[in-house]
Design a protein. Structure first.
Length: 281
């Protein structure tokens, strides 16, 4: 379909709102409206779903055009499909309240890409629309790191035993110490299998809330906890090294659930822009 056909369809709707049409043109935004009409037909004919009410369209045309163009560039023309209105409209409604610099905006746009991609639309679970706004930017980063080395690999955390609860430690300092070469259960902090998969706590804005993030993500069925690696012996500071005092801590593994894997696949890009983390402060 040529762009002119999309423009005609859009203008036919506009004619039913002559008062608003005059206001749009008097405000000097007619070229923007025409561009939105063209972008819609080039992408997936989906913008027709949002041309009514036009008050919403007039307010949002610039931002929606930006998102549509980003989605359009990411999907081959022959793979673009019209997304179900039950997915498209709620996503756009959420984007209405998002800033471009907000990390969660990226998740919404990724979900919109899946909804418009013939080969991946089945990944766009409708529940994700309501999960994204429940996440903090740090929690999105948490999921990203659990998924980025392979969807099922997960990440290790060191934890202290507090009764029946695990309190995750800031293991950065311990990781920089000269740790023992072996432990009873065969797991050491310095073993390549562990160090390589330690969660990078420094990537979070508020790493002190890591226990809260883990608890919340578990409640959303995004991640699950495994204690199977067992106990490790390690030094916590330089005084421990000089005195030879070892501390036994639990090595905890967090992995994505099956639902979490699908969420990461649909909403978390492989090259997530971590520079946006600072906007969460």
């Amino acid at each position: 379909m040529e762009n002119s056909e999309g423009l005609v369809a859009l203008e036919n709707v506009l004619k039913t709102y002559p008062e608003l049409l005059n206001k749009l043109y008097s405000d000097g935004v007619s070229s923007t409206v025409r561009e939105v009409g063209g972008a819609a037909t080039d992408l997936v004919k989906a913008a027709r779903l949002i041309t009514a009410p036009l008050q919403y369209m007039a307010h949002m045309q610039g931002r929606l055009e930006h998102y549509f163009r980003e989605v359009e560039k990411s999907i081959p023309k022959d793979k673009q499909v019209t997304p179900p209105p039950t997915l498209l409209l709620p996503i756009l409604e959420k984007l209405k309240f998002q800033c471009d610099s907000d990390l969660l905006t990226t998740l919404y746009v990724e979900l919109l890409k899946r909804a418009c991609d013939k080969d991946r639309v089945n990944e766009a679970h409708p529940a994700f629309i309501n999960i994204i706004p429940q996440l903090s930017s740090d929690e999105a980063i948490f999921v990203y790191h659990l998924a980025c080395k392979g969807r099922c690999s997960g990440k290790y955390f060191l934890s202290e035993q507090k009764g029946s609860l695990n309190k995750l430690m800031n293991h950065l300092a311990a990781n920089n110490l000269d740790q023992p070469a072996s432990s009873k259960n065969g797991f050491t902090l310095r073993s390549s299998a562990v160090v390589k998969n330690l969660f990078p706590l420094e990537s979070l804005v508020e790493s002190r809330y890591i226990d809260l993030y883990a608890s919340h993500l578990k409640s959303l069925n995004i991640i699950e906890q495994h204690n199977s690696p067992g106990i490790v012996s390690l030094y916590l500071d330089a005084n421990d090294i000089s005195s030879g005092r070892l501390h036994k801590k639990t090595l905890v593994l967090y992995k994505l659930t099956l639902f979490g894997e699908l969420f990461a696949k649909a909403c978390i890009p492989n090259d997530l822009d971590l520079t946006k983390i600072s906007t969460a402060k």
